[in-house]
Ligand binder design. Structure first.
Ligand code: ZN
Length: 571
């Protein structure tokens, strides 16, 4: 699963702007289209593949070709008219035609992802069909539910499953039939499977070989279970995620998976850093700023995290706002047996940092602070954030009952937990910096005054980026709490010219105090406490609103240009 809630609020955010600027529903002209495109800063993704073995390098070329075929599949999945429209657009060489083709490719369809899927090309439905092309366009939710209720259990499961499309059996009688992906997309999947088999024959890594052959077989058999299990065990210099995964494009039911691929190179330095941090999680837990009775004396095994650089993304992974990290698989049978794995796309995060965060920092921070906004502490804090989701209270007792913070805090849990992961991440990094020598972390973690200044200043800049997502998003709401709390405690200070600075004499204690409050709310399953904190602090105050309003010209995201993929396997 992606952090999709972020995307949703970006839609809302941009949609509000779009409505404010243009009351009319007419299609964008060339100038408007170019403005829409410019919200995504073009960014070359270059990855150094020179250390790959010759076998892996040859396999990489095949993997890139296999991945590209999923663009064709995804175009079909999104809309039944998509493939023909794409061919049409390619013939139009006028400037307007070129802009349409460009933005079509960025969205993998004629609807703008970040403008609530509004159409930007004539002759298409005004908005993306809710069921995409997974169901007949004239099928209603009720049609499906009525029909599915008549089926035996096994067929119901197939109809509602990830890997089939529905078509009319008899449109008049409103009866449907489920067609497996392996049939619906047979031509593309057969070619893609053959390329994956070729890659399996070329790579020297056993876990990759196994995943590639099993996934190739799954493309033809429509049975993805074994290959999902093999993906969990995949640990190779070349890291690939390829297949039908996320169900966000099925807005009717959320049943049907879109085809996508990420072809990645493992980042060994960051992996070593993660491994080093993971060794000390228990010590951090044992020193969390909460009542010792709430600390977990024995942490369970942490979920695996891989840090990679993206060489190519395709299909569902390559439209609209770019994915910075993902958690897979989504098949509960696999998750129950093997858990899930988080993959973090470091170079995509770096691209976003350069194109979005640096301009935000220039807009919001005092000039004297800009030199301390760095990618290294930005990414290290993201790693810490992910690890910290595993620390703190998870199994709690309320009035003698065994329960969880999520159950007790209900709809407010997301914002509290995201704020907790951020603040505990700062606490943990400070703790590890303070004890780097004893913990043997000096090789992977920068320490000293400059490193501390960079950590907190970069965090302040990234706070504005999260706040831009709005308060409907758990991260945005959680960040509002942190921003206001740290401001009220003198750690973030707005100067006369409107820019912000960090007060390094106050931030460490303020972080500890806020962490104490968040962790205690979770430990006590305190819904009322969560509500009070979010009501008072999870808001955008006028001074902050003014700053955020001034950021509209800063890009929303990046448009990746797959330089390395195109070098290795020219299109
Ligand atoms: Zn999180």
């Amino acid at each position: 699963m992606k952090h999709f809630s972020i995307l949703l609020t970006v839609f809302v955010f941009m949609a509000i702007n779009a409505v404010a600027q243009t009351e009319r529903p007419s299609l964008p002209d060339q100038a408007q289209l170019e403005k829409m495109i410019a919200r995504f800063a073009p960014t070359p993704l270059k990855v150094d593949t020179s250390k790959l073995s010759p076998g892996d390098r040859a396999a990489l070329g095949k993997m890139i070709q296999a991945a590209r075929l999923l663009n064709d599949v995804f175009l079909k999945q999104l809309w039944r008219g998509n493939t023909a429209l794409y061919a049409e657009l390619q013939k139009d060489t006028s400037p307007l035609g070129k802009a349409r083709l460009h933005y079509f490719w960025m969205n993998k369809g004629p609807w703008s992802d970040i403008d609530e899927f509004g159409a930007f090309i004539p002759g298409v439905p005004p908005r993306k069909p809710e069921g995409a092309n997974f169901y007949p366009e004239d099928m209603t939710k009720a049609d499906f539910e009525k029909w599915v209720a008549t089926l035996p259990a096994a067929e119901q499961e197939q109809a509602k499953g990830f890997f089939s499309v529905l078509r009319w059996q008899d449109a008049k009688a409103k009866t449907l039939k489920a067609i497996p992906y392996s049939e619906e997309y047979k031509a593309e999947l057969t070619r893609s499977a053959a390329l994956l088999q070729d890659a399996a024959g070329l790579t020297t890594n056993e876990s990759l070989k196994k995943f590639l052959s099993l996934r190739a077989a799954a493309f033809l058999s429509n049975n993805y279970y074994e290959s999902d299990m093999a993906w969990m065990d995949l640990d190779a210099p070349l890291d690939i995620t390829i297949g039908p995964y996320e169900t966000y494009n099925d807005e009717l039911f959320g049943y049907k998976a879109g085809f996508e691929a990420y072809v990645n190179l493992r980042d060994d330095a960051e992996s070593a850093k993660l491994e080093a941090f993971a060794k000390h999680l228990q010590e951090v837990e044992t020193n969390l700023p909460i009542d010792p009775k709430y600390r977990n004396p024995k942490l369970g095994a942490a979920a695996p995290i891989r840090v990679v650089d993206e060489i190519l993304s395709t299909g569902d992974a390559a439209h609209g706002v770019q994915t910075a990290a993902y958690n897979l698989p989504n098949d509960d049978r696999v998750v129950q047996k093997k858990g899930s794995k988080r993959v973090m796309l470091k170079n995509v995060q770096e691209a976003k940092f350069e194109s979005v965060l640096i301009p935000i920092a220039k807009h919001t921070l005092a000039k004297s602070q800009l030199a301390d906004v760095k990618f290294e502490p930005f990414f290290t804090h993201i790693l810490a954030h992910e690890l910290m989701h595993g620390l703190g209270p998870h199994e709690i007792k309320v009035a003698g009952r065994s329960t969880t913070p999520r159950e007790e805090i209900k709809g407010l849990y997301g914002a509290i937990e995201e704020a907790k992961a951020d603040v505990t991440g700062l606490f943990a990094l400070q703790y590890m910096m303070d004890h780097a020598k004893e913990m043997n972390l000096s090789g992977v973690l920068a320490t000293g005054d400059q490193a501390e200044r960079q950590l907190y200043t970069t965090f302040l800049a990234s706070a504005f980026r999260s706040l831009r997502f709005g308060l409907n998003d758990a991260h945005g709401k959680g960040m509002a709490v942190q921003f206001n709390y740290l401001s009220d405690h003198g750690a973030f200070v707005q100067q006369a010219d409107g820019t912000f600075v960090v007060d390094l004499t106050k931030i460490k204690q303020a972080v500890k105090d806020l962490d104490h409050d968040l962790l205690t709310i979770e430990a006590e399953g305190n819904y009322e406490g969560a509500k009070k904190l979010l009501d008072e602090m999870g808001i955008i105050r006028p001074a902050l609103k003014k700053v955020l309003d001034g950021m509209q010209d800063i890009p929303t995201d990046v448009e990746p240009i797959f330089v390395t993929a195109n070098e290795i396997s020219p299109q």
